[in-house]
Design a protein around this ligand. Structure first.
Ligand code: OXD
Ligand code: MN
Length: 601
C-alpha cells in the first residue's frame, strides 16, 4: 500500500487509526488531502476519466461538475441510520439503536476488503473556523472522489487542519466506504462514546459527507449536551435595518421546507424602501453557546451549501442561482446537450432533450408505466457550492466569535393548525413549542411523502441521544441565558380547504421576520391566544402584497378544536419518553390543555 503525505503527521493516534482502517478496507493507495487547488484538479481529472464525474460546460459554468448517484441512493436512509451506545435508553425511542459491538461487527464485515483496487482518501477537516472555540475537527476516510470534492466545499479541509491538530488534538473519526452501494449492505452508524462515525454502502451526500448531518448534528448534539452547548438543524440569517443594526435569527425547519431559500431571502418590493439588507450565515446547521455576556452566540460550522434544486429559480431564490454559477457540484439533475444542467422548476424553457438523473435519454414528453411524466432531475437533486459565492454571504462567516442570536424560530410544513406566526410566552414555553413541532414528510428522506410526523426542533433524524434528555438540555441552556432570545413558530405552508397556499412565502417571509424583530425590540403588542402571542393584523406590514383580508385572518387563526386533538397526539408522543420527559414540558402541555378549555372572552 502506497501513501502520499504532504505534511508530516505527528499525531500518533491519527496515524494508527488510518492504518487500522486501511488494514480492514484494504485500499491500493492512501492519499492525504492537502486542500490545494492542484490536488483538487488532479482528482477531478481522475474522476472524469473513470466517469465518476462529468465536467460541465466550462464557459457557461466554470469550475462546475456533475455527478449521478446510484438510483437506489438518492436520499438519507433513516431506517439504516443508527446510534450505537452500550445502553439502548441513551439513544432513546426516536433513534434506531444498535450496540457498538454489533455495529462495528456488521459494518466491519461490509468494509472488509471493500477498497481493493481503490484509493482511500484522508480528509482532515474543521467544522467552523479553525481557531474558534465553537469548532470541532474531524478526519474522514473515504474511497470516493465525489465525497472529497464535496468536503472541500462544505468544510475547511486540508493541511491547515492537520497543523492545528498537532500531536494530540481531538478529532471525530469518520470512515466512509461506497462498498457495493447496495441498500441491503448500507449502514450509517454513530458511536458517540467513541467520537466515531462509520458509513458504508451509500454515495448520497446526507449519508456520506460525514461532517454534515453525522458530525455536525448527531455527534455534535451529543458533545453539546456534555460540554454545555447546542447543535441544531437551523439556518442563521442576519437582517440589517436602515440604521445599520443587524438582528440575527436562527430557524429550524425539517428538511426541504425552504431553509436555504429563507437564509438567502430577497426583500419584497413593498419592503425595499425600508432599506433592509439580508446576510446569510448558514442554511442548515447552527452551533450555539451561551457566552460570558449571557447571550446566545452562533456559528454555522459549514462553509458550503448542499441545497435542493427542484423549484429553485431566479424568482424563488435568485441568490442561490447566482451562487451556483461556478465551482459547483450538481448531483442527480438533467444533463443538457450543451453541457449545462436543468431541473424541474429551473429558469428558462424546458429543454427538448437531455440525459436524466438516471443516465437515460430524456424528453419532456416521456411517461412512465403509470402514465406519469418522467422527471429529468431527481426530486432531491442537489447543488454543492461555497457559501462565500452567495451575494448575501455574511462578512462574519469566518468570525471565530460567531453572531449574537436575538430570536429562535421553529417551523413546520402544516396544511392546517399552525398559524403563520406565533410567539412563545417565555423560554420554557418556547422549548415546549419546539418540542411539539410536526411536519409533512418531503423528498429529502425516504418515507410516505405528505404524511405528518412529529419532528421536535426539526431534529428527529439528527439528535444523537435520547430526546427526553435533549429537551432537558434546552431547558438548562435557558437557565444559563441572561438575555434570552425570543422563541417563535412559523408555518409558511397553511392552505385553504382546496389546498391553495394562503401565504406567498419566499421574499414575503421578511414581513414575518420583521414582526419577530419588532417583538424582540419591544416595539409592538400582540394578541394572547392559548398557544402563544399572535400578531395584531395591522402589525404585519403588507405593503405591496395583494392578499385577501380573509386569507390573512385565516392565516392568523388559532382553531381551538383542532388544537384539542393535537394535544392528544402530543401526549402520545411525549409518552414515548417515559420518565425522561422533563416535568416542565408536561406542565406546559397541561397548561395548554387548560387554556384551550377556557371560554373565549
Ligand atoms: C439536508 C437535509 O440535506 O436536512 O439538509 O436532509
Ligand atoms: Mn438539513
Amino acid at each position: 500500500m502506497k501513501a502520499n503525505q504532504t505534511v508530516k503527521v505527528n499525531h500518533k493516534e491519527l496515524v494508527k487509526w488510518v492504518l487500522d482502517m486501511a488494514k480492514m478496507c484494504n485500499p491500493d493507495r492512501i492519499v492525504w488531502i492537502d486542500g490545494s487547488q492542484k490536488q483538487k484538479k488532479e482528482l477531478e481529472r481522475e474522476a472524469f476519466k473513470t466517469g465518476e464525474l462529468i465536467q460541465l460546460n466550462q464557459k457557461l459554468l466554470p469550475g462546475c461538475i456533475y455527478h449521478r448517484t446510484a438510483v437506489n441512493d438518492v436520499a438519507r436512509t433513516e431506517h439504516l441510520t443508527f446510534i450505537c451506545t452500550p445502553d439502548k435508553e441513551e439513544a432513546g425511542p426516536t433513534n434506531n439503536w444498535m450496540s457498538p459491538e454489533e455495529g462495528y461487527a456488521r459494518a466491519g464485515a461490509i468494509f472488509k476488503n471493500s477498497m481493493i483496487g481503490r484509493t482511500m482518501y484522508v480528509i482532515p477537516f474543521s467544522m467552523g473556523p479553525i481557531n474558534s472555540e465553537f469548532s470541532k475537527i474531524g478526519v474522514e476516510l473515504t474511497d470516493s472522489i465525489y465525497v472529497v470534492l464535496n468536503m472541500l466545499i462544505m468544510t475547511r479541509a486540508g493541511d491547515k487542519v492537520l497543523r492545528f491538530l498537532g500531536e494530540k488534538g481531538q478529532f471525530t473519526k469518520c470512515l466512509h466506504g461506497k462498498a457495493e452501494r447496495d441498500i441491503n449492505k448500507r449502514l450509517i452508524l454513530h458511536f458517540p462514546n467513541d467520537n466515531t462515525i462509520w458509513s458504508v454502502g451509500s454515495g448520497y451526500g446526507g449519508n456520506v459527507l460525514l461532517g454534515k448531518k453525522c458530525l455536525s448534528l448527531r455527534i455534535a448534539s451529543f458533545l453539546g449536551k456534555h460540554e454545555g452547548w447546542l447543535a441544531e438543524h437551523m439556518l442563521i440569517i442576519g437582517i440589517e435595518d436602515k440604521s445599520g443594526k443587524t438582528t440575527y435569527i436562527a430557524a429550524a425547519f425539517p428538511s426541504a421546507c425552504g431553509k436555504t431559500n429563507l437564509a438567502m431571502l430577497i426583500p419584497p418590493e413593498g419592503l425595499k424602501k425600508k432599506g433592509y439588507k439580508v446576510w446569510t450565515v448558514g442554511d442548515d446547521i447552527a452551533w450555539m453557546r451561551v457566552k460570558q455576556d449571557g447571550s446566545l452566540w452562533a456559528i454555522n460550522p459549514e462553509s458550503g451549501f448542499f441545497g435542493v434544486l427542484p423549484g429553485t429559480n431566479t424568482k424563488t431564490n435568485a441568490n442561490a442561482i447566482a451562487t451556483m454559477q461556478r465551482n459547483t457540484i450538481y448531483t442527480n439533475v438533467l444533463l443538457k446537450e450543451d453541457g449545462t444542467v436543468w431541473w424541474e422548476g429551473a429558469d428558462g424553457p424546458v429543454p427538448e432533450r437531455g440525459v436524466d438523473w438516471t443516465g437515460k435519454p430524456w424528453t419532456p414528453y416521456l411517461k412512465d408505466e403509470n402514465g406519469a411524466p418522467v422527471k429529468g432531475a431527481n426530486p432531491n437533486s442537489r447543488f454543492t457550492a461555497p457559501i462565500k459565492q452567495c451575494p448575501t454571504a455574511s462578512p462574519l462567516l469566518d468570525s471565530p466569535e460567531g453572531v449574537p442570536i436575538s430570536a429562535l424560530v421553529f417551523g413546520g410544513r402544516r396544511a392546517r393548525l399552525a398559524p403563520l406566526i406565533y410567539e412563545s410566552f417565555n423560554w420554557q414555553h418556547g422549548v415546549f413549542t419546539g418540542s411539539i413541532m410536526a411536519s409533512e414528510i418531503t423528498a429529502a428522506q425516504y418515507g410516505a411523502q405528505g404524511t405528518v410526523r412529529r419532528d421536535p426542533m426539526a431534529m428527529i433524524p439528527f439528535c444523537g441521544y435520547n430526546m427526553g434528555d435533549y429537551f432537558a438540555h434546552w431547558l438548562k441552556i435557558g437557565k444559563e441565558l441572561k438575555n434570552k432570545p425570543g422563541i417563535f413558530h412559523v408555518n409558511w405552508f397553511r392552505t385553504d380547504a382546496d389546498g391553495r397556499f394562503l401565504w406567498p412565502g419566499f421574499g414575503d417571509n421578511l414581513r414575518v421576520l420583521e414582526w419577530i424583530i419588532k417583538r424582540c425590540d419591544g416595539q409592538v403588542n400582540a394578541q394572547k391566544t392559548p398557544i402563544g402571542y399572535v400578531p395584531l393584523k395591522e402589525d404585519i406590514d403588507l405593503e405591496g402584497l395583494e392578499i385577501d383580508k380573509k386569507d390573512m385572518e385565516e392565516l392568523l387563526k388559532v382553531d381551538k378544536s383542532e388544537w384539542k386533538s393535537e394535544v392528544e397526539d402530543i401526549k402520545n408522543f411525549y409518552d414515548k419518553f417515559g420518565t425522561r420527559m422533563p416535568a416542565e414540558l408536561l406542565e406546559e402541555l397541561d397548561a395548554l390543555k387548560k387554556r384551550l378549555e377556557q371560554p373565549d372572552n
